[in-house]
Ligand binder design. Structure first.
Ligand code: AKG
Length: 277
C-alpha cells in the first residue's frame, strides 16, 4: 500500500502528506514545520528495487584495489576503537561510479520533495556512501555546515536508508531546532564536534528507518550517531543539495575545493601522495 503522497506541484508550502493507516490519522509535513524543526522523516521515498540495484553494484566497485587505499581521497577510514585498525567508512563521492546511485540522487521523488522544502529547484552538491561497519565508532555531535568560501547556507542532506537503521546499528539523532542557532563552532573551515553539555536545551529525536526511507536535515542542525552494535554494516547514502538560487550547480567546484583542502591539510603531515580516482 502506498503510504504517502506528494503535494508539491499544487502547493509548495504543503510539501508532504503522510497517510498513517495503522493509526487512522493523517500527518502533514509543511515547509514551515521543516524550517522550524530542521529535520523531517519521509517514509518509502525510494523504491526498494532501486535501493537493491545500488547495493548490488557497490561490492563489485570496491573489490578494486584502487578504492581500498587511504591515499585515494574518495575513501574515508575510521579507527576501530578496540584494535586501532583503520576500517573503510565512507566513499565520497560515489554516483560517478554507480549509475544506480546516480538515479537515486536525481530520482523524481527526491527532487520533488526537496523542491517542496526549498520552494525552488535543488542542485546536487555532494554525495557519499557510508558503510558504518560494525567496528566503526559513531560520529560525535556536529553540524554539517563548513565555513568554506562558497559553502551554501541552503545545504540540505537527504539520508537514504540502504539497510534498516535504528539506535542499535548506529542510527542518527538530531537536536531538534538547534539549526536556528547558526554555526556553533569557530568559522575556520575545519570539522568541530560540539559538547553534549551545550545541547541540553534541545530535544533529541531519532528515526527508525527501513530501506528507501529518507530523513532530510538542515546543514546547521546538530546531529550524531551511535556505535553500530549489530555485528553487521549499516549502509546509508547521504545526498546533499543546495537551492538553485544559492550558487546554482557547484558540485564540481565543491569537489575541487575539497580535494585541494585535503591536500593542504594532510600535506602538513608530509602526505603528498593523495590522489582522486
Ligand atoms: O552515518 C553516520 O553515522 C553519521 C554521518 C554524519 O553525521 C555525517 O556524515 O555528517
Amino acid at each position: 500500500m502506498n503510504t504517502h503522497s506528494f503535494y508539491l506541484r499544487q502547493n509548495a508550502r504543503l510539501c508532504y502528506k503522510l497517510n498513517d493507516y495503522e493509526l487512522g490519522r493523517q500527518r502533514v509535513i509543511t515547509k514551515e514545520k521543516f524550517e522550524n524543526d530542521g529535520v523531517a522523516f519521509f517514509p518509502s521515498v525510494i523504491d526498494f528495487d532501486d535501493i537493491q540495484n545500488f547495493l548490488d553494484q557497490v561490492p563489485a566497485i570496491f573489490e578494486e584495489p584502487i578504492y581500498r587505499t587511504q591515499q585515494n581521497m574518495r575513501c574515508r577510514y575510521a579507527i576501530e576503537p578496540e584494535t586501532g585498525n583503520s576500517v573503510l567508512d565512507a566513499i565520497d563521492p560515489i554516483i560517478d561510479l554507480s549509475l544506480a546511485g546516480k538515479s537515486i540522487a536525481y530520482s523524481t521523488n527526491l527532487i520533488e520533495l526537496l523542491s517542496g522544502l526549498y520552494g525552488e529547484n535543488p542542485c546536487l552538491f555532494k554525495d557519499k556512501y557510508i558503510f558504518r561497519s560494525s567496528k566503526a565508532p559513531g560520529y560525535p555531535p556536529h553540524q554539517d555546515f563548513i565555513s568554506w568560501p562558497f559553502f551554501p547556507k541552503s545545504f540540505l542532506t537527504a539520508l537514504v536508508a540502504l539497510d534498516p537503521i535504528s539506535e542499535k546499528n548506529g542510527g542518527l539523532s538530531f537536536y531538534r531546532g538547534s539549526h536556528k542557532q547558526g554555526l556553533l563552532t569557530p568559522a575556520d573551515g575545519d570539522f568541530h564536534s560540539i559538547a553534549r553539555a551545550n545541547l541540553d536545551a534541545f530535544e533529541k529525536v531519532s528515526f527508525t528507518m527501513r530501506p528507501g526511507d529518507v530523513v532530510i536535515f538542515n546543514a546547521f542542525i546538530v546531529h550524531e550517531s551511535t556505535s553500530n552494535l549489530s555485528g553487521r554494516p549499516r549502509r546509508s547514502f547521504y545526498l546533499s543539495y543546495n537551492a538553485v538560487s544559492d550558487g546554482g550547480d557547484q558540485r564540481e567546484a565543491h569537489y575541487r575545493y575539497f580535494h585541494n583542502w585535503l591536500r593542504k591539510r594532510f600535506g602538513e603531515y608530509g602526505d603528498d601522495r593523495l590522489f582522486f580516482k
